[in-house]
Design a protein. Structure first.
Length: 146
C-alpha cells in the first residue's frame, strides 16, 4: 500500500470509495468532479489517496485557510479497515499541514456516524461543547446520503 497526493484523475475511484462508506455526508455541489477539482487546485499538497494493486482504497481531503486546517471526507474501503490506513492518511495530511505552518486542525463528523466519531477520538481529536456550528448556503444543496 502506498499513499500519494490526490489528483482529479482519481475522482471516479474516490467517489466510488465515498459511496461505499455509510455515514459519509456528500452533496451535489461540493462533491461533484468540478467541486473536488476546485478544492484540489486550492489545496494541491494536502489531499491524499491510499492505493494498492487493486486501486484506491482510502482517501482524505484536507484544506486550510492559512490559519487552520480542515479535514473532509476521510474514508477507507470497508474491506480494508482496521489496518492502519486511515491513521496513515491522517498522519500524512497532518505532516503536510505542519510543513506549511498550520498548527490547528478541525473537522466535522455527523452525530450518527459512530465509526467516524470513534476513529477521530482515537486520533486525539476532541469534541468541543463550547461552540455552535453554523453555516449559510447560497444555493439549495441536495445531500447524498450513503
Amino acid at each position: 500500500m502506498k499513499i500519494r497526493l490526490m489528483n482529479i484523475k482519481d475522482y471516479s475511484a474516490v467517489y466510488r470509495l465515498w459511496m461505499s462508506c455509510a455515514g459519509m455526508g456528500l452533496n451535489t455541489i461540493d462533491d461533484t468532479e468540478e467541486g473536488i477539482n476546485r478544492f484540489l487546485e486550492r489545496n494541491p499538497d494536502t489531499c491524499f489517496v491510499a492505493e494498492d494493486k487493486n486501486g484506491i482504497i482510502g482517501a482524505i481531503l484536507v484544506g486550510n485557510d492559512g490559519r487552520r486546517g480542515y479535514i473532509y471526507h476521510t474514508a477507507v474501503l470497508p474491506g480494508y479497515r482496521r489496518q492502519g490506513i486511515a491513521t496513515q492518511l491522517v498522519d500524512t495530511a497532518m505532516e503536510a499541514l505542519h510543513k506549511i505552518g498550520i498548527i490547528k486542525v478541525a473537522l466535522v463528523v455527523f452525530n450518527r456516524n459512530e465509526t467516524g466519531n470513534t476513529f477521530w477520538e482515537s486520533m486525539g481529536f476532541t469534541e468541543r461543547d463550547d461552540l455552535v456550528y453554523r453555516n449559510k448556503v447560497f444555493f439549495e444543496i441536495e445531500r447524498i446520503d450513503t
